[in-house]
Design a protein around this ligand. Sequence first.
Ligand SMILES: C[S@@+](CC[C@H](N)C(=O)[O-])C[C@H]1O[C@@H](n2cnc3c(N)ncnc32)[C@H](O)[C@@H]1O
Length: 232
Amino acid sequence: MQANPITMDNLQLFETGDGSPSIFSNKFGVSYHSKYGAIQETQHVFIDAGLRPKALTLHHIDILDMGFGTGLNAFMTLLEADRRNLSIHYVGVEAYPLSMEIVADLNYAELLKAPQFAATFVNLHDCESDVSNKLNPNFSYIRKQTHFEELDYDQAFDLVYFDAFCPTSQPELWEEDLLGSMYRALRPGGILVTYCAKGVVKRTLKSLGFTIEAIKGPPGKREMTRAIRGVN
Ligand SMILES: C[S@@+](CC[C@H](N)C(=O)[O-])C[C@H]1O[C@@H](n2cnc3c(N)ncnc32)[C@H](O)[C@@H]1O
């Protein structure tokens, strides 16, 4: 990584506390990950609190990633699927894809000691939108270049990674409309995980029918949220 951040497309690459890179968006005024550690946060919030509990009961898991960004959630899910021989179908939604110039600077495959998957990490970003790709035997994937607000899924997923920018930056993405569409997108018993633990967000999720679990957050954050869809 370079000592000085690189600025491209109004985005700045920077190194987080665990040595992994993330991006600061000047447009939204926030970073894509916790400054304490991008890999550490993804591991804690999405893999440990979302994917692993789901994998206890399901071998095939349909995942909706709300905020594909750098592709780190997708990539760490692919590595976990490979390690545990899971079958994952993954839809990564992103309205503002990164340039391939920035993607080339994201050395996640090296940091995660998975250099054999470096080309697959690039494929996550450069495949055609809306087309299903079997990226490896354990992982099929659709890159969906659209706005979250356009989605209209009905009981299609077991797990939602809700990784929009924080409510202070994009409050409209944490209101009843979009969170309600996440409820409908999940199958009964489906799980939504997010790094956000704001009271108003938890109350909205609860009012939609989710059961809320406040669990310990990643380093630097006291709490995160796991929300479980009821049967209706
Ligand atoms: C917190 S970042 C996601 C971080 C990502 N999971 C990662 O590992 O890099 C939020 C993402 O949502 C995208 N985004 C913001 N508003 C959006 C919208 N209305 N629809 C779709 N994507 C949006 C941003 O471009 C950004 O990539």
